[in-house]
Structure formats: structure tokens, C-alpha cells
Write a protein of this length. Structure first.
Lengths: 79, 224
């Protein structure tokens, strides 16, 4: 089964990458953008999706500083 | 004292760590794929970019075979020093509290910093003259120490904050200016700046040597 794990910095933790992007946007003429946060998207193929929670909390994300969401993509064509 | 220095693919400060440790005893280089710690008295997890810092700094090195042995060694009371990337690895491994986030200044930064030794009565700082600052270099892109407020309070109350940046030198945005912490048992210490790069007058400061001298005293029983 294909799955996606979305990892993002926890609320309240400074995200310097997000700040850099936010500050770059006005130079391109986009004025109304704020609260930019940058995370990671991990796509994978997995035999046993019940393992995703453990995979995500032990390796893909560091739960001290990051939140994660798991998305199962049953209908997606195989890669 | 026999010190084992870990070497991961992507380590780059292991030779300086070895030279520094040789000033206070014998050393052996330990490859990341080996589990045998060769009866060392202390382990140094050196700086660099283990496994390319993929995913998060230290995240993958933490699961290497040698780290399984280091985790067991630390739980049995063995002395473990993590420098820079080594500090990140020890946090990821759960041997030290907190995490290291990308620098608030968004830059890889290399500069000499003056560290306040907050706790002088530890296995890693007993040789530091009370009240003196340690002048040693820092060079990293992800050195912003983070832990939640309750954990920070607990670390301060428990004497686990070992070294701090002077507030005006805290370029990476570490919470409460924390540059290095130890575990509750006191046998594991990690810091972002590099004491192993400050052991020879040729490079401007020998203050870093105090850390290695302290470890030697600890293994000789002074702080057992």
C-alpha cells in the first residue's frame, strides 16, 4: 500500500526556513502571506500499514519537535 | 583512560577528537558498523554530518550498530561525550534531553565563543577553573537547543545545564542560552561547540583540554 507521512514543526517552535520564505515573498510582489511553515513529505510503499505509526514516531519525525500525519493512499496507482 | 572515538560515514572531526583524547590517554577509533567497544573507559561521539544529516541531524546515526553498544555502555554508567553532531546523535538516541534545531540565524556559522561553565562539579568540567570562561570554537547549522519549558526548568533545577553561551554570543537561538547538557546520572554530556579544536596554543586556545582532563579524572575515580 502507498502511504504519505507529513512531518511539520510543532506549533510555537521557530521555523527559520519558513521565515526565510516568508521574507522572500514580498520581493516577488506577494504581500499577504504570513505564518509560513516548512515540513517534509515522505512517500512510501508499505506491506503492513499498522507499522506506520511506529516508523513515524521513531524515525521519520522527532516527536519532541515535530508533529506528523499519516495518509493512506489505497486507490493510488503503484509507483 | 582509553577513549573510543566513533566514526560514521560523514564524520569529519573524529581525528581532532582523537588527538585531543590522546593528550590524556590512549584512543581507539570505532567504526559505525562494529558493536565491540573494545573495553574503552569513555566514548566520544564526534562532530560532522553522520549519514549526510539526512532526515534530521543524528536521526540515522542513532540506529547504527555501534550506537546500540554506546547506549548500553551509557546505561551502565560509561562516560560518553557528544560534540556537535555527536550531541545531536545523543539527543536523537534519547541519552540526552532535548533536540537541536536549525540555527535561528539561518546560517551555518563558525565562530569562537566564550562558554560559561554553569556546573563545575561534573565528570566533564571538574578541571575547569571556577568562574573562568572557556574560549572554544562553534561551527554548525543546526545547534539551536530546544526542550519544552517544563523540561528546561527541570534541567536547570537538576544541575544538568553544564555550559551556556554568553547571551550576546547565542547566535543559534538556543533556549536559555544552553550550549551543553548532561543526563540526570551525570555520565553523558553533549555540547555544540568543539573542545577538541581548542587543545593547542597554535589554534589560539587550549581551554577545550579541560573537558578531556576532567574526563580522565573521572575515569581515575575522582568522580566515580
Amino acid at each position: 500500500m502507498r502511504a504519505r507521512v507529513l512531518v511539520r514543526p510543532k506549533q510555537g517552535i521557530l521555523d527559520p526556513q519558513g521565515v526565510a520564505v516568508e521574507r522572500a515573498l514580498p520581493a516577488l510582489g506577494f504581500k499577504g502571506v504570513s505564518e509560513v511553515r516548512i515540513g517534509r513529505l515522505i512517500e512510501l510503499e508499505i506491506d503492513d500499514p499498522s507499522e506506520l505509526e511506529s516508523i513515524s514516531s521513531r524515525l521519520l519525525a522527532n516527536p519532541l519537535i515535530e508533529d506528523f500525519e499519516i495518509e493512506l493512499l489505497d486507490d493510488a496507482p503503484a509507483a | 583512560m582509553k577513549t573510543g572515538i566513533l566514526r560514521f560515514p560523514g564524520s569529519c572531526d573524529e581525528l581532532d577528537a582523537q588527538l585531543a583524547a590522546q593528550m590524556v590517554g590512549e584512543t581507539v577509533m570505532l567504526w559505525h558498523g562494529d558493536r565491540d567497544l573494545q573495553d574503552v573507559d569513555a566514548v566520544i561521539v564526534p562532530g560532522g554530518f553522520s549519514y549526510g544529516d539526512y532526515l534530521r541531524a543524528g536521526a540515522i546515526a542513532r540506529f547504527s550498530p555501534v550506537m546500540e553498544s554506546v547506549i548500553e555502555f551509557a546505561r551502565d554508567g560509561g562516560l560518553v561525550l557528544g560534540i556537535c553532531n555527536g550531541f545531536q546523535v545523543l539527543c536523537e538516541a534519547g541519552l540526552l534531553p532535548g533536540a537541536l534545531l536549525p540555527n535561528a540565524n539561518r546560517r551555518f556559522t563558525f565562530r569562537q565563543v566564550e562558554l560559561e561553565v554553569v556546573e563545575g562539579d561534573t565528570k566533564f568540567t571538574s578541571a575547569c577553573p571556577p568562574g573562568e570562561l572557556l574560549s572554544i570554537p562553534a561551527k554548525h547549522g543546526s545547534g539551536r537547543f530546544y526542550a519544552d519549558e517544563a523540561t528546561l526548568d527541570q534541567l536547570e533545577a537538576g544541575g544538568q545545564v553544564v555550559v551556556r553561551y554568553r547571551p550576546e554570543q547565542n547566535f543559534n537561538g538556543s533556549l536559555r542560552d544552553i550550549a551543553g547538557v548532561r543526563n540526570a546520572a551525570g555520565n553523558v554530556f553533549g555540547l555544540m561547540p568543539h573542545p577538541e579544536h581548542a587543545v593547542d596554543a597554535l589554534t589560539g586556545s587550549t581551554d577545550g583540554l579541560r573537558i578531556f582532563e576532567s574526563m580522565r579524572s573521572a575515569t581515575q575515580g575522582a568522580y566515580a
